[in-house]
Design a protein around this ligand. Sequence first.
Ligand code: AMP
Ligand code: AMP
Length: 359
Amino acid sequence: MTTHSAHSGQDESPILPASKNPQDFVIATLGSHSALQILKGAKDEGIKTLAICKKGSERPYKAYPVADEIITLDSFDAWDDQLEEELIKRNAIVIPHGSFIAYMGHDRVKKMKTMYYGTKEILEWESDRKKERIWLEKAGLKLPKVYEKPEDIDKPVIVKFHGAGGGFGYFIARTPEQFYEVKNRKYPDQNDFVLQEYVVGVPLYIHYFYSPITKELEILSFDKRYESNADSIGRIKAEDQLAANIHTSYTIVGNIPVVVRESLLPQMFEMGDRVVETSKEICGGKGLFGPFCLETIVTRKLEVLVFEISARIVAGTNPFIEGSPYTALKYDEPMSTGRRLVRDIKQAIEAGRLEDVLG
Ligand code: AMP
Ligand code: AMP
């Protein structure tokens, strides 16, 4: 197969294969999070698949026949130049997901030479809470209030430590005293946190897809999370919770599908449009594309407050491997987010526009 350079410049952009045949490529991802969905989506689109697994976690990728090949690493720290060479040799396109970013870290992702689906520039905007806020405010979204310092706390806040994985370690405080009591006792050494107004309502995760090929914004599905112990605390009487000194935590365990009240949809499409438009202004170039998720709380007055954005596939799309009620309206075949993104890649390859979907 022949190769050509997509750029003539001195940057480290990968040398892109010139092939317009999707079967010359491999869809690769780390074995966790939404890998089953992504790999199944690639197989449905007729593209070869590769799962990169940490030793001991290969079983699901063997039990469910979605991976044509499995590469096992002792740890994700073993992601080195040699592995990249193997991936480049196979024409692998790496699909990032939540665990991928969590295990690899932004710096390593930015330096990766293997073909990577999505915009790398957007990573710093979603990983830095201050920048993320500038982006979302610029897009005209409603956000929960953020408190500068613990002394300012005058109503319930949710305390989020930087890098908290999957909601682990969050806690609620109503007053500065309460904040310091929990913080000093449980997290004495952690000083990188955000104090966000605790919004009373229901959490709702909106799964969007924006294609740079079709230029269309789609809403593919919605989920809510199943969190321990937030989702079971209501099974205990309030006075027993106090007696047993139970604190609410938000550790993610799974995801539950949701269909929203239909009259909320126009607003949600507009929110997605504005996030995509604004991304082009803030980071230039291609801006945000592919799957992304607005993480919201919807109040009893039907206000939609966005507390976070994920600029990639979220695991809340996993219940929809066979498609969602929304994708059923648009596609005549089962369409998951994983399959949708692989289709984007496939169309880009066939059109000789692979560069448009790579970061
Ligand atoms: P894991 O590979 O399950 O250890 O997850 C790595 C990261 O991905 C965690 O820090 C979570 O934030 C995120 N994650 C994994 N699974 C889910 C899920 N089902 N829903 C939301 N986030 C998830
Ligand atoms: P996150 O790790 O930021 O996705 O948040 C984990 C969970 O914390 C969410 O699913 C919500 O249940 C809850 N949460 C996060 N931010 C807020 C907020 N500002 N108000 C109320 N609940 C929140």
